[in-house]
Design a protein. Structure first.
Length: 197
């Protein structure tokens, strides 16, 4: 006999521009919880859940291009803790994400779409618990720098993002290749085709 489960999530994002749009301050709050949900419907620390990405040919099929071992491309979502592995499934979480971004350059025109290159510094913090993975304390925290190329290319919105989470609390749960020895500080990287804003 199949058992039911309960799952809910809510988020809110605020973007404030300064200096005629050259700087942006982004804040995001996220809260989610589940009871008896299967792993596919858990809340993930850094990514959208498999149900959400079901129709994406980039992530879903076995052997898809963004699921290769040599790449670290994530469907950014969930609690959006960019320094954590895509496999960190949570049962309950309250998270805050803050990012300060500066536009370096703009490209394109109104006819073929405007695009911009941004650099940023970010910090993510969450209080969480999990029935799926074990971790030392309820606090998850990461911080780092990133760059994004975003805008419109003809009739499509484009977002290419590279994040370097330099600090990750509980490094055993950190995602992506790391060019550091064990510890919270390390040069890690993650690509994404989505953005917090």
């Amino acid at each position: 006999m199949a058992e039911g489960y309960v799952r809910g999530e809510a988020s809110g994002t605020q973007v404030q521009y300064f200096e005629d749009g050259a700087f942006a301050l982004i804040g995001r709050l996220y809260a989610a919880g589940e009871s008896r949900a299967p792993l596919q419907r858990a809340i993930f620390a850094s990514t959208a859940d498999p149900f959400t990405t079901f129709w994406s040919n980039w992530y879903r099929p076995r052997g898809s291009i963004f699921k290769q071992d040599a790449l670290n491309v994530m469907p950014l979502g969930g609690a959006m803790l960019r320094g954590y592995s895509f496999g960190v499934a949570l049962s309950r979480v309250g998270a805050a994400n803050v990012e300060l971004a500066q536009r370096l350059r703009t490209y394109g025109s109104a006819a073929n779409g405007r695009r911009a290159l941004w650099v940023s510094a970010f910090g993510d913090i969450a209080a969480a618990s999990s029935d799926f993975v074990q971790f030392g304390s309820s606090m998850l925290l990461d911080a780092g720098v990133g760059a994004s190329f975003r805008g419109r290319l003809y009739d499509r919105d484009v977002h290419f993002r590279l994040d370097l989470p330099l600090f990750v609390k509980q490094p055993g749960l950190a995602g992506g290749p790391s060019f550091a020895r064990k510890g919270s500080l390390g040069l890690r990287y993650v690509f994404s085709l989505a953005d917090a804003w």
